[in-house]
Write a protein that binds this ligand. Structure first.
Ligand code: AMP
Ligand code: MN
Ligand code: MN
Ligand code: MN
Length: 278
């Protein structure tokens, strides 16, 4: 039972790192990575809890990248989080979230929704990591939308009325930083970008040429058919296969069940077979 993609209060998840590990363990997980957005601050706590429970744990992070104008997420796995170059890259990526929040709040205010800046910050355990998820929570709290999905389709999703384009890390720098820290780089939830076949080919070829290791063949609540398709693409582009729930909070079914991803399709080469021995 494996899960190599989930979030805690260090980024936009609802549970503390230790709580994430405990719930994954309860769900039968035997190998876990915590992958907060652009931040490794939860890893020490999660690792200690996993050790106490006898659950195998590897380091993880989900890095925000801008690739040809699109936001793409790259998961780093099994790296040394003490690596200075990686930490410098993450610090640079985190910068600018507050400025972006200001711009999003200004756009919401033009729609008659006031207080999003303070409101989102009040809901973020880690202000440096304030995200669109926290803005969505504020919109739900204030009764402007019914749920997270509606917050994104109405206001916050890429290209929607209150979205603010943002420049994240370069793909090349991101992969180099993960590899430089001894880790493996994986394209997160490739089925969620809405890319054409051509864009996928470009992304996977470029990623592989830069030293990328794999792609998520299973993510969250993706369909079995998605998994089969991305298993074939992984094979075609010589990439390993990863699996992650993208869990953010209990009761949110857009993420999968924490700690318990379905088995990969036959023929996949699992990324975890390349993890350093513990
Ligand atoms: P940010 O890093 O601040 O741009 O926020 C991105 C986060 O918002 C993602 O990690 C998801 O948790 C969430 N998110 C992005 N797009 C959607 C969507 N269409 N529906 C639901 N959640 C989304
Ligand atoms: Mn998130
Ligand atoms: Mn993501
Ligand atoms: Mn994620």
């Amino acid at each position: 039972m494996i899960d190599l993609h989930c979030h805690s209060t260090v980024s936009d998840g609802r549970l503390s790192p230790a709580e994430v590990v405990r719930l994954a363990h309860q769900n039968g997980c035997t190998l876990l990575a915590l992958t907060d957005h652009d931040h490794t601050g939860g890893l020490a706590e999660a690792r200690a809890e996993a050790a106490a429970l006898g659950l195998r744990f590897v380091s993880g992070v989900e890095i925000s990248v801008t690739w040809h104008g699109n936001t793409v997420h790259i998961v780093g796995l099994d790296f040394d989080e003490g690596n200075a170059a990686l930490q410098n890259l993450l610090a640079a990526v985190r910068q600018g979230r507050l400025k972006r929040l200001e711009a999003i709040a200004a756009k919401l205010e033009k729609k008659g929704i006031v207080g999003a800046y303070e409101g989102a910050l009040a809901l973020a355990a880690n202000p440096e990591m304030v995200s669109r998820t926290h803005v969505a929570d504020f919109l739900i709290q204030q009764g402007h939308v019914r749920n997270k999905q509606q917050a994104f389709t109405k206001y916050l999703g890429d290209g929607k009325s209150c979205a603010v384009p943002h420049q994240w890390a370069e793909l090349a720098d991101c992969v180099a930083a993960i590899n430089g820290a001894g880790g493996l780089a994986v394209v997160a939830h490739p089925m969620r970008y809405g890319f054409s076949a051509t864009a996928k080919r470009r992304l996977f070829e470029e990623f592989k040429a830069l030293g990328g290791a794999g792609i998520e063949v299973h993510s969250g609540s993706c369909s079995k058919n998605d998994s089969l398709n991305y298993a074939l693409l992984a094979e075609r582009y010589g990439l390993l296969a990863s699996a992650g729930s993208d869990f953010h909070r209990p009761g949110d079914f857009s993420g999968g069940i924490l700690g318990a991803c379905p088995e990969l399709p036959k023929g996949c080469r699992p990324v975890w077979e390349h993890f350093k021995a513990v």
